[in-house]
Design a protein around this ligand. Structure first.
Ligand code: PMP
Ligand code: GLN
Length: 387
């Protein structure tokens, strides 16, 4: 029998739901509260920097492999300014094609077939795919409703001789959970006790509402075993630019670099100049972004509750997680597939991010990084679901 075309490790991973649901939104004229991207671009002066870079011939040819020095310096300054973390821009900061590539390159670099990766479930979809590509196995620690806090006794119990790393995401997509100092300290202690690496996806680092974001690399003994990933997409509302980065020790950066150079080699030349400029924006920029998104979160949360959804409080990210059971619904995937026709709205079935299907079945994610008018229109349309 002929073997299937697709590498069997990737069987069942299918098309990324975000692209599929955005295409559905376009095709049906639905309000898109699915894929997490803002419907307003970031600061005009930063867009201008990108345009100027193109016209000035900055980054139109292959930029340096690790990223342009201006950007690496700006990332190092950002880590020091916000978190007191010192990274050498020459050897410990490395630019990638978005956080997506940073995560892929890191996992491909650090994992071998048979390794186990402990990750917080529900998982961002690319984690499952990247882990599968390496031949390693994911081992979930499920964030369970209603609190979506990790059970760290369970996490420790799941460590085996094959565990290679802990993959974190804080603020967490899709639940909006932001790991607390106490949780992070416990995870750090476990990583040290069992000599594990930590990969932490912090792309929503500036999108927290009344709680602090704390990088796990700030805990004693963690900087040397942690690869921190972030990107400009969410922080500056330019998700299409795909400028991401890792900060880690020179040895870890070298490992990531070995893979990254054979994935894209380099990317986003002129945008690297623009993001270097964006990282120099004053603190007020980040405060306004947070305040603005918090208002949208509150608007969407209250509106969805009025309609009859159970809505779980989100301390961070662009997303609120809901439960559709109170609406008499029993299957989030079915619900999201039918929602464009029923209500003219697109949302994401969180079930796709769970191995524990029972836990995910009726959870649905809505993005609130949209204009007030967009959110109001979506809520108006969703009223047809009211029991
Ligand atoms: N990690 C998480 C948790 C995300 O939600 C996203 C979505 N953008 C990414 C990584 C990818 O970021 P980027 O667009 O910079 O590749
Ligand atoms: N991170 C975005 C989300 O969670 C989507 C990015 C993507 O489409 N890969 O919706």
């Amino acid at each position: 029998m002929q073997r299937p075309l697709l590498n069997r490790r990737l069987e069942g991973l299918g098309t990324t739901v975000f692209a599929e649901m955005s295409a559905r939104a376009l095709a049906t004229g639905s309000v898109n509260l699915g894929q997490g991207f803002p419907d307003t671009d970031g600061p005009r002066e930063i867009a201008r920097k990108a345009a100027d870079a193109v016209l000035a011939g900055q980054g139109n040819q292959y930029p340096p492999g690790p990223g342009i020095p201006e950007l690496r310096n700006a990332i190092a300054d950002h880590q020091r300014h916000f978190y007191g973390l010192g990274y050498d821009p020459a050897t410990e900061v490395f630019v990638t094609a978005g956080a997506t590539e940073a995560i892929a390159a890191t996992l491909l670099a650090l994992l071998e077939p048979g390794d186990e990766v402990i990750a917080l479930e529900p998982y961002y979809d690319s984690y499952a795919a990247n882990i599968a590509m390496t031949g390693a196995e994911r081992v979930p620690v499920t964030l369970r409703a209603p609190s979506f806090r990790p059970d760290l006794t369970e996490l420790e119990a799941k460590i085996t001789a094959r565990t290679r790393l802990i993959l974190l995401n804080t603020p967490h997509n899709p639940t909006g959970t932001v790991l607390t100092r106490d949780e992070l300290r416990k995870i750090a202690n476990i990583a040290i006790k069992y000599d594990l690496l930590v990969v932490t996806d912090e792309v929503y680092e500036h999108l927290t509402y009344d709680v602090p974001h704390i990088p796990i690399a700030t805990f004693p003994g963690m900087r040397e075993r942690t690869v921190t990933v972030s990107s400009a997409g969410k922080t500056f509302s330019f998700t299409g630019w795909k400028v991401g980065w890792v900060t880690a020790t020179p040895e870890l950066v070298d490992a990531v670099k070995t893979v990254k150079q054979f994935l894209t080699f380099v990317a986003s030349g002129p945008f690297q100049y623009a993001v270097a400029g964006a990282l120099k924006l004053p603190d007020g920029y980040y405060e306004r972004l947070r305040e603005d998104l918090k208002k949208r979160r509150d608007l969407l949360t209250a509106g969805l509750r009025d309609i009859g959804f159970d809505v779980y409080p989100a301390d961070g990210t662009y997303f609120v997680t809901t439960d559709i059971a109170p609406l008499g619904e029993t299957d989030g995937i079915e619900f999201c597939l039918n929602l464009p026709e029923r209500a003219g709205v697109v949302a994401i079935p969180s079930a796709l991010f769970y191995d524990d299907k029972a836990e995910g079945r009726t959870k649905v994610r809505f993005a609130f990084c949209k204009r007030q008018g967009t959110l109001e229109e979506a809520l108006k349309r969703l009223k047809v679901l009211s029991p």
